[in-house]
Design a protein around this ligand. Sequence first.
Ligand code: DAK
Length: 258
Amino acid sequence: MTYEYILIEHPAPGVALVRLNRPKQYNALNLRLLQELAHAFRTLDEDDDVRAIVLTGNDKAFAAGADIKEMMDKTAVQMKNAPFISGWDAVALAKKPVIAAVSGYALGGGAELAWACDIIIASETAVFGQPEINLGIIPGAGGTQRLARTLGKYLTMEIVLNDRRLTAAEAERFGLVNHVFPVDTYLEEAIKMAARLASRAPLALRFGKEAVLYAFNSTLDAGLQHERLLFYTLFCTEDQKEGMHAFVEKRTPQWKGT
Ligand code: DAK
């Protein structure tokens, strides 16, 4: 697939950088862009040379939401049948760690792309919001569910029902953002963090991510069982032996992902 609205770079060993690239429309997510995003994420997730992914926009906008002009006259059936949701799903379903590097507007479906990632690095200018209520709709790509699980009921209600926007500093204070950096360095910091992730044991990374995400879909008992199973399974891997022997031998482990 050739990409018109996204760019892929490899800024560090094991790191893929996916840039949303519709700058004149604040990276509004049209169907073509969402399909490209889905294709890119599925491809990168299967590529053994990629161990961590950074998703970003530009300094002014991560993404201002789904493309309103494209959606406005669609029927419910057209919305359901077109593969819009594949873009958000592919990000959320990636098995490798995904960092959102967010600057400027992250609104509506744009914010939901960030919520689908595993770690969020923001610039000081980032603004997060779910303004769908102004259009007579509600968030449809996970916003109500992921925000409620992170922020709780009351703040989420204000964001979803009354278009409360969060600054980067507020988002960090509420636990929605991992770190905030100046606009000049947020992307570099996100890439640095991704490079650090990419240097780690791939199977442990994958199982660690799976275990944390399981917490959002299960009871504590089921989650604890699942975590334990993944933990024991890692003792079948060469990387577990390598990691523990390297510690005892006081050397740097060489991960194989096996
Ligand atoms: N869609 C289309 N075009 C957009 C856009 C958007 N979301 N956001 C900005 N643009 C375009 C503007 O129309 C304008 O284009 P021209 O008029 O120059 O052709 C250009 O970008 C610059 O925008 P402004 O002139 O408005 O610039 P300002 O600096 O004054 O304002 C803004 C920037 C980002 C605050 C403003 O543009 C804005 O409020 N944008 C809309 C934000 C919004 O309402 N977002 C939510 C969209 S609804 C789904 C699940 C989820 C969704 C869809 C489907 N399924 C399950 C299938 C998600 C829905 C949404 O995200």
